[in-house]
Design a protein around this ligand. Structure first.
Ligand code: NAD
Ligand code: DAU
Length: 349
């Protein structure tokens, strides 16, 4: 089987690629990535010479390029992760999100359809999406697979749009599709613009920790390798046409998570207790900031037997160790256009 993984040089994609290359030597794994600021081949350096792995540089929204690689390789399956993924960037540059997340997904669907026409036997288009498509929760309740879509940011709207496109190609052309919607991931290789790696980086450098609003927004955190394991389970055992929610049953108010992170960092860096907490700075809230996400993953657990493998405390501690031991990675991924972003100005509340 030839599998095209898109976005495999990014955070989650790198863990998916490594898992599939190492666990399934009979599959030919192709990694298609544009290498935007968020994509870095350092993330998968350890497998670059493995015989069942091939890297292809290109843009998913480039129709002729996608046609050319499908003509050459005739991929049997697609695991589609490539996306613009950061909510803050979607607020300042929304059109890039529409182009990659919506046009790019439509191009992949269309070329997959053109390649296999009506003979989809044994084929699969698996789309990796986010819980943000469901919108924002109040104090109670959970996102189910049946929760109506209500995306609020340009990022989540573009992901919701891509989910609809995948279902439309599945419904109209009888294409074999699967979709999963996952909660917030954390772990190695995450670009240091997202909360956890940004704050680890800032604590190391003794820079302010910009907490949006009052810090009371809630996210449901999952270790990235557990997400990769869930994708594996859904890819192999999930029912065609179905959607699966993925989440860690692990809700944290931002400020509580930040306090835990600060305590762990003080211990690991052998700094005086309270040192990192002093860096906390409340800044103007993210525009349209979703209040709470919480996933009900019981369908995935009951039907496919998936469960998270680590507690949050273990996962977070290992994640901090990874960033502290991989300062060269940090230097390498932050050398491009990142500096401008990293030094962005916040307004104190
Ligand atoms: P990321 O930003 O770390 O990586 C995205 C990758 O896609 C990068 O390697 C980038 O170079 C590549 N890419 C971007 N535009 C491209 C284009 N036009 N053509 C080809 N490649 C392109 O993202 P991530 O956090 O690893 O997220 C991966 C997927 O999982 C996304 O679809 C995202 O919506 C989804 N997701 C992320 C999370 C999370 O917490 N990070 C949670 C749920 C779902
Ligand atoms: O829920 C899944 C989504 O999780 C994914 O689809 C997205 O790709 C991923 O980026 C993530 O989105 P969030 O916006 O929830 O993640 P982020 O790490 O940007 O922010 C987490 C929370 O922390 C959010 O409430 C905003 C807050 N925050 C974030 C940053 C970067 C701050 O308070 N300060 C910050 O500097």
């Amino acid at each position: 089987m030839k599998i095209l993984v898109t976005g495999g040089a990014g955070f989650i994609g790198s863990h998916v690629i490594r898992r599939f290359v190492n666990l399934y030597p009979n599959y030919q794994i192709f990694n298609l990535d544009k290498l935007t600021y968020a994509g870095n081949l350092e993330n998968i350096k350890d497998i670059e010479n493995v015989s069942n792995y091939t890297f292809l540089k290109g843009d998913i929204s480039d129709l002729e390029f996608i046609r050319s690689i499908f003509k050459t390789y005739k991929f049997d399956a697609v695991i589609h992760l490539a996306a613009e993924s950061h909510v803050d960037r979607s607020i300042t540059d929304p059109l890039a999100f529409v182009t990659t997340n919506m046009v790019g997904t439509a191009v992949l669907l269309q070329v997959f359809k053109e390649t296999w026409k009506d003979n989809f036997n044994g084929k699969l288009f698996y789309h990796v999406s986010t819980d943000e498509v469901y919108g924002s929760l109040g104090d109670t309740g959970y996102f189910l697979e049946t929760t109506p879509y209500d995306p609020k940011s340009p990022y989540s709207s573009s992901k919701a749009g891509s989910d609809h496109l995948v279902r439309a190609w599945g419904h109209t052309y009888k294409m074999p599709i699967k979709i999963s919607n996952c909660s917030n991931n954390y772990g190695a290789n995450q670009f240091p613009e997202k909360l956890i790696p940004l704050f680890i980086h800032n604590i190391v450098q003794q820079k302010p920790l910009p907490v949006y609003g009052k810090g009371i927004n809630v996210r449901d955190w999952l270790w990235v390798e557990d997400h990769a394991a869930a994708i594996d389970a859904i890819f192999h055992k999930g029912t065609l046409g179905e959607t699966y929610n993925i989440g860690g049953d692990n809700e944290w108010k931002n400020i509580d998570l930040i306090h835990l992170l600060c305590e762990l960092m003080d211990e690991k860096l052998k700094r005086e207790k309270g040192n990192s907490k002093n860096l906390i700075t409340y800044v103007t809230d993210r525009a349209g900031h979703d209040m709470r996400y919480a996933i009900d993953a019981s369908k995935l657990k009951n039907e496919l037997g998936w469960t998270p493998s680590v507690t949050f405390e273990e996962g977070l501690s290992n994640t901090i160790d990874w960033y502290l031991n991989n300062q060269e990675w940090l230097e390498s991924v932050t050398s491009g256009n990142y500096k401008e972003y990293y030094n962005k100005q916040y307004t104190k509340r």
